[in-house]
Design a protein around this ligand. Structure first.
Ligand code: IPE
Ligand code: IPE
Ligand code: MG
Length: 248
């Protein structure tokens, strides 16, 4: 039986996968190419893996495309990343509609180039009724920013008397975060050998399974992705209980 069929049979495909796509620059450098070639190759890989994820019955993918710290990169690389992303979305638009995929961006919208925001918002609105698959793109996103922003919004609602102190539970706090209406990621994949969260979804990854791959993102192919899903299917998630399946 094919590997992915085995995964499907066991019925343990993660509902939501978060991905830190890392290693584009090093992939290019090893080939004597400018870093941006790695980003381009990485974009092509992403498109392929989104298709595979949907086929495997994963419901949501959240990718880390640009962090609140990535502004520290050379201006030329930043400009390339945003213009590549705009082109990526333009080309991907029809497929998103055909495959009934909803695109949403999470992150700060006030520092990103205007043309990029325009493109994102156009596609968010175009795909807003799609329900087969959810593709979230984290851009100018930081887990600390997300939590701080939630706190600010709670204070705003508290001052407006829309929420009281005793109503602020974990669940309510979570509803102020960017991924409020999406179940938390079950699996986090990070490529390129780095084993850190780099300020991605700090709140939401509380009980995610982590999968680290040595492979650079542009080489992280369908086979590698299936390997990550298979590894996930063999984990024993206990959520603080004793693993008898009754504690949650
Ligand atoms: C990930 O690859 C893509 C982004 C952060 C946008 P990197 O650009 O971080 O590649 P490395 O880690 O330098 O190899
Ligand atoms: C994390 O990768 C951010 C994205 C993949 C967008 P980085 O390459 O920026 O992370 P660090 O600097 O190695 O922690
Ligand atoms: Mg990196």
């Amino acid at each position: 039986m094919a590997e992915n069929d085995k995964v499907k049979e066991k019925g343990v495909v993660p509902n939501h996968v978060a991905i830190i796509m890392d290693g584009n620059g090093r992939w290019a450098k090893e080939r004597g190419l400018p870093r941006v070639y790695g980003h381009r190759k990485g974009g092509q890989r992403l498109r392929q893996l989104l298709k595979e994820a949907k086929r495997l019955k994963v419901k949501s993918i959240t990718i880390f495309a640009f962090s609140t710290e990535n502004w520290d990169r050379p201006r030329k690389e930043i400009n390339y990343l945003f213009s590549y992303m705009e082109g990526f979305l333009s080309k991907y638009k029809n497929e998103l509609m055909k495959e009934e995929i909803r695109l949403r961006m999470i992150g700060r919208r006030d520092r990103i180039p205007k043309t990029s925001i325009k493109k994102i918002e156009e596609i968010e609105s175009l795909t807003k009724n799609n329900k087969k698959f959810f593709f979230n793109i984290a851009l100018d996103f930081g887990g600390r920013w997300d939590i701080t922003e939630a706190a600010r919004k709670i204070i705003r609602d508290y001052e407006g008397k829309r929420i009281s102190r005793s109503q602020i539970t974990e669940e309510v706090f979570g509803s102020y975060l960017s991924l409020a209406d999406t179940p938390s990621p079950d699996l986090l994949i990070r490529t390129s050998g780095e084993q850190r969260v780099s300020n991605f979804l700090l709140w939401d990854l509380a009980y995610a399974e982590f999968y680290f791959s040595q492979v650079y993102w542009p080489d992280f192919d369908v086979k590698q992705f299936r390997g990550a899903i298979k590894a996930y299917s063999e984990r024993n998630r206990r959520f603080g209980g004793i693993g008898d399946g009754k504690s949650y």
